[in-house]
Write a protein that binds this ligand. Structure first.
Ligand SMILES: C[S@@+](CC[C@H](N)C(=O)[O-])C[C@H]1O[C@@H](n2cnc3c(N)ncnc32)[C@H](O)[C@@H]1O
Length: 287
């Protein structure tokens, strides 16, 4: 039932059955598991969206999401509300140091542009950080344009922000001032835009990591995937990471979030560089 003045009324509590229904839908479609402890987050996020649309009960809205005429579009909006998109430039420094070292060591070996993939890129800070790093390291060898970064995410609104490449001053506080001056320009009102030269080296696409079989990313030199797998069950984390390994070139670098996957090994990989980051190199003899 849709009631217009419902937005003025208080939110009903989701009962356990309703919670489990929403929880399974989200996990089936995105892999994300909302624990019992985060039930109030789920309830509030779904509730806010229901208020916006004028729905007064969870079941009607659920049916709309499943079978309504605008189900796909509505799901796209809701998923954006239910995903955690917290991110920042150069978020986990040791992981970026690994990428820097890898590029410095291998730059002379590359005989094609370097392909870098940021998986679960949220609003773009991570892929732009990788692009800044690649531009700087490769620039020392006169190859500053010799790379491309692809950022992928499930959230369409997050990707739209990433493509814009506009960030508040607060977001830039984590970046060294020389890098900030080199790669951003002020556009007023304490906003900064990524320079066009860097922007054109970065592209964005919607990819659900549960559907990596549909993703056209192959032959990647570096795959960077952080703060995404933590929301998934263990078996799913392993499945996704195994798929990512297939997308790496022999000799390629995989960087995951420290502690995000444990008791996982892959015969094509060796652990690399440092204990402060979770990085692996694919054997040169691997396919
Ligand atoms: C916490 S952010 C991590 C951003 C960035 N990687 C970082 O470490 O700062 C997690 C991102 O994963 C995305 N995500 C969640 N489930 C996904 C899925 N099934 N496929 C692709 N992206 C997903 C979310 O939309 C969100 O933008």
């Amino acid at each position: 039932m849709i009631t217009k003045d419902w937005s003025m009324q208080s939110l009903p509590d989701m009962d356990q059955q309703q919670f489990e229904q929403w929880q399974s839908l989200l996990e089936d479609r995105t892999g994300m598991r909302i624990s019992e402890q985060r039930k109030s987050f789920l309830q509030t996020s779904v509730g806010i969206r229901m208020r916006e649309l004028g729905y007064s009960d969870y079941q009607t809205y659920f049916e709309e999401i499943m079978n309504g005429p605008a189900a796909a579009q509505e799901w796209t909006t809701l998923v954006d509300r239910l995903t955690v998109q917290e991110t920042s430039f150069f978020r986990h420094r040791p992981s970026f140091e690994v990428v820097e070292e890898y590029l410095s060591q291998r730059v002379s070996e590359f005989n094609k542009p370097i392909e870098i993939w940021s998986v679960g890129c949220a609003t773009g800070e991570e892929p732009y950080s990788l692009a800044m790093l690649a531009n700087a390291v490769l620039g020392e060898q006169g190859k500053s344009q010799y790379f491309g970064v692809t950022g992928t995410d499930i959230s369409v609104p997050a990707l739209a922000k990433a493509r814009q490449g506009i960030y508040s001053q607060r977001k830039l506080e984590n970046i060294d001032s020389d890098i900030r001056d080199r790669y951003f320009r002020s556009i007023g009102q304490q906003k900064f835009e990524v320079n066009p030269g860097l922007k054109e080296r970065v592209c964005f696409a919607r990819v659900n990591v549960l559907e990596l079989n549909k993703a056209p990313m192959y032959g990647m030199d570096i795959i960077f995937c952080q703060n995404l797998l933590i929301y998934f069950r263990r078996w799913r984390r392993k499945m996704i990471v195994n798929c990512l390994v297939e997308r790496l070139v022999p000799g390629g670098l995989l960087v995951l979030g420290l502690g995000e996957i444990v008791d996982w090994k892959h015969s094509d990989l060796r652990r690399a560089y440092t204990d402060r980051a979770l990085a692996f190199i694919k054997h040169k003899a691997a396919n």
